[in-house]
Every structure is written in structure tokens, then in C-alpha cells.
Ligand binder design. Sequence first.
Ligand code: PXP
Length: 241
Amino acid sequence: MKRIRLGVNIDHVATVRNARGENYPSPLTAALLAEKNGADSVTIHLREDRRHINEQDLKKIIKKIKIPLNLEIAATKEMLKIASRSKPPFICIVPEKRKEITTEGGLNLNYNKMFLKTLINKLKKKKLRISLFIEPSLKDIREAKKLNVDCVEIHTGKLCNLINQKKNYKHEIKKIEKAVKVGNLLGLEVHAGHGLTYDSAKILSRINGITEFNIGHFLIGESIFVGISKVIKTFQKILKL
Ligand code: PXP
């Protein structure tokens, strides 16, 4: 069986740094350590309010790492400019609300569709891999295909919450299974992310057809106790199932 790739999201190293306005802990060090310990890519989300990663982090990380950088951005003119300039090999377009604690759901593909199309076309011309962060909905998968992206990333937040709260997750996992199947049939690479822990990654990794997981909050949180190297190794074992 093919191994699922692991994208390590290091946003929350910057969250800790910014909490004190210091220059440590360093997101660049986290990115380099993720690379050294076998991450397949590094993910950062440059938010409109710069609450964690900032443009300096983006510049430093993209210059120093050898594995692909996956830049998560909202569909805005400012982010299109930054992405066009920095040309990260992977881009994931995500929804963004100022007051949310984290990315609360998938993109609304019908909101501002003309601009979304323009943004995708402009970035695809630069030969960057483009992904859309969406809910596990068949309608959204089909819409994503029409938008000519390479991949979709399924928002796994609802499933992960159910698993964490030891609630019945059968319906949600069935929805994700169907979405993955349809995505693959349409020729899309299907990824998964949001809220993933060891338990939810184990459950999701049993679905055939998901090629990449992007994991941040839990991974960085666990690293406080046992170190990023150990946490990445544990996730790698899970993704080899
Ligand atoms: N994938 C995407 C598209 C995201 O927006 C996020 C959160 O920023 C993640 C993955 C990582 O989620 P978490 O930090 O909950 O692991």
C-alpha cells in the first residue's frame, strides 16, 4: 500500500512566539526539524491578521527548506500578490473569517467565484500545485474539478471532533469515503486536514485514496512533551498502515 504523505503545519510555533512578541520559538527551526525528521512538506497559513505566521517567516522558510512549502491562503488580492511573488510549490486556498479561532469549515465555492477562478488560473500559470480546502460534499468536489485545481483537501474537523468526544462518527466517515472516491474518479488528488490526532489519523488512514494529511495543532502540542521528532515518527508509522 502507498504511504500517505505527511504535511507538518507549523503555524502554532509562531502562535507561541507571538504570544510574547519575542523572536523565539522559531518557525524556521520547526520547519527545518520537520524536514530533518521526514516530513514530506511544511504547511503554513498566512492569515490576513498575521496572528501566527508572517511574511518574514514565509520568506525565510521558503528559502531554507528543500521539501515543498504548502502555503495556505484566503482568496484575496493581497494573498494572490504574495503567492505570485513567493511562488510556493503548493498552495491551498482556504476560507478565512477574522473572528474564528481556526478555519471553521470548507470553502464556499460559489462565493466570489469569478475571483476564485482568476486566482486559480493565475497561480496555475506559475505551475504551482493548487488545492481547495472543502467540506466532504460531492457537490463541492464536482465544483472543485470544474475550477481546474489539482487537489482538494477535505476538512476533517467534524469527524475529528466526533472521534475526540467518543461519539458515533460512522455517518461522517462514510461522507468522507464517498468524497474521496468521487474525487479520485474525477482525477483529483485528495488530501485531509484539520483537527487530526493520532486516533483520527489512524481511522482516516484506512480510507483508500487519501494521499496527504496536513497536521498542525495536535502535532505541535504533543511536541512540547516528547519533541517534534518523536511525534512525526509516530504519525509516519500511522500513515504507513
Ligand atoms: N489543513 C488546512 C487547510 C488548515 O486550514 C489547517 C488549519 O489551519 C490544517 C490543515 C491543520 O489543522 P490542525 O492545526 O487542526 O491540525
